[in-house]
Design a protein around this ligand. Structure first.
Ligand SMILES: [Zn+2]
Length: 129
């Protein structure tokens, strides 16, 4: 179940499998140790059959299907919980990034919803900046 994280940033929390269903994620590691697939909208994207996986854009650790991932719109990155909490604790908000942040957020939200993720907007979201 995807939801917006309470923050001055636009953050989407969803499980790795929800992100994978929406077409995000990295491909399997090939024989030569390289992750197969190209870059797609800032994400490592699979174009090969078999074993999609979600990888943290920060620490490159694999995120298990049932674990939460955090899509940080302003960076256009998906992070594991640990990296997200670290980043969020010290992240600075730059108003000049708001336009691209909003664009990334809406795009990713649309992809998640198109893949069947239900999205929960907190009741107080309209008061957040
Ligand atoms: Zn991480």
């Amino acid at each position: 179940m995807a939801k917006k994280v309470e923050s001055k940033f636009l953050i989407i929390e969803a499980t790795a499998s929800e992100f994978l269903n929406a077409g995000f994620g990295a491909g399997p590691v090939t024989d030569c140790g390289v992750i197969a697939g190209g870059v797609f909208d800032g994400f490592s994207m699979i174009s090969v059959a078999g074993g999609e996986r979600m990888v943290c854009d920060y620490c490159n650790d694999e995120i298990k299907a049932e674990d939460a991932c955090y899509y940080v719109s302003v960076l256009n990155q998906v992070m594991c919980r640990k990296c997200f909490e670290q980043w969020h604790a010290s992240a600075k908000y730059y108003p000049e990034d708001a336009r691209i942040e909003q664009k990334n957020y809406e795009y990713t939200l649309k992809k998640l919803e198109a893949a069947g993720s239900q999205f929960i907007v907190p009741a107080c979201s309209s008061q957040q900046v």
